[in-house]
Design a protein around this ligand. Structure first.
Ligand SMILES: Nc1ncnc2c1ncn2[C@@H]1O[C@H](COP(=O)(O)OP(=O)(O)OP(=O)(O)O)[C@@H](O)[C@H]1O
Ligand SMILES: [Mg+2]
Length: 241
């Protein structure tokens, strides 16, 4: 459902992503762990058709990001780590706008928006201007916006960035529910606890390469360490050396 195949992306002479291959099946949650600058956002932005791969490719539901970007976008919800919201729309108006942009009929759009307001706990501030929301409130609206059309593939760059424990919980519940409903979920994070709680599999990215992959237990076992945090430290440093 989500596939990266030898994906590479360079910015001039800087090779940010160097041949990453991975698959996320429907009903599977896959976490990308990597230090700052490891290449996570670059890989996810290629997948979201916002960057053109330098080599290899990525596909969503079999559609290639290079040749069929519109088909890809239709089937994917993408949360960017630093996504702008239209400050002069209320959260509800914004969600409505995106639902309709995705081609939903007004009645369906309204229903989806209300479902998203409920799922992400937006009720309290849904009629306030996005520009006046707090960081965490904006983040929750951004996620709701990314998934309002209920796509089969979810690509989330640091979905719980800036969220308090309670809001983080709402995102976790959302991801669990997405898995139950057969969605393919690929997300990046710096939180080991999130990987252990949510992910069926984890991939560790260092220096633009996938240096380990498997269930959290498998990755820990491969590394010869006792915890995911230690496994991550070892793999990330070995790759850098
Ligand atoms: N637009 C750009 N132009 C040039 N270099 C870039 C650009 N965006 C990212 N880079 C570089 O590419 C590398 C990978 O960056 P990327 O944002 O993909 O990392 P990341 O894994 O998402 O890191 P973080 O955990 O900090 O979000 C870094 O060395 C970064 O400086
Ligand atoms: Mg990033």
């Amino acid at each position: 459902m989500i596939e990266l195949d030898g994906l590479g992306k360079s910015y001039g002479t800087l090779h940010a992503v160097r041949g990453i291959s991975l698959r996320v099946a429907p009903g599977e949650v896959y976490a990308l762990l990597g230090a700052n600058g490891a290449g996570k956002t670059t890989a996810l932005r290629c997948l979201a058709t916002l960057l053109r791969p330098t080599s290899g490719t990525a596909r969503i539901a079999g559609f290639d990001v290079r040749t069929e970007p519109l088909e890809v976008r239709r089937r994917m919800g993408f949360l960017a780590a630093s996504m702008g919201l239209y400050g002069r729309l209320t959260a509800r108006e914004l969600l409505r706008y995106f639902a309709e942009l995705h081609g939903l009929e007004p009645a369906d759009a309204r229903a989806r928006v209300e479902a998203a307001v409920e799922t992400f706990g937006l009720a309290e501030f849904a009629d306030r201007l996005c520009g006046k929301l707090s960081t965490g409130q904006k983040q929750r609206v951004s996620i709701a916006r990314a998934v309002v059309h209920d796509p089969p593939a979810l690509v989330l760059d640091e979905p719980t960035l800036g969220l308090d424990v309670l809001s983080g919980e709402a995102i976790y519940r959302f991801v669990e529910r997405a898995r139950e409903r057969g969605r393919a979920v690929l997300f990046s994070t710096h939180q080991m606890s999130e990987v252990e709680l949510l992910a069926d599999r984890v991939g560790i990215i260092a220096g633009g390469r996938l240096v380990a992959e498997g269930t959290a237990d498998e990755v820990v076992a491969q590394s010869g360490e006792r915890s995911l945090a230690r496994a991550f430290l070892r793999l990330a440093t070995e790759a850098a050396a």
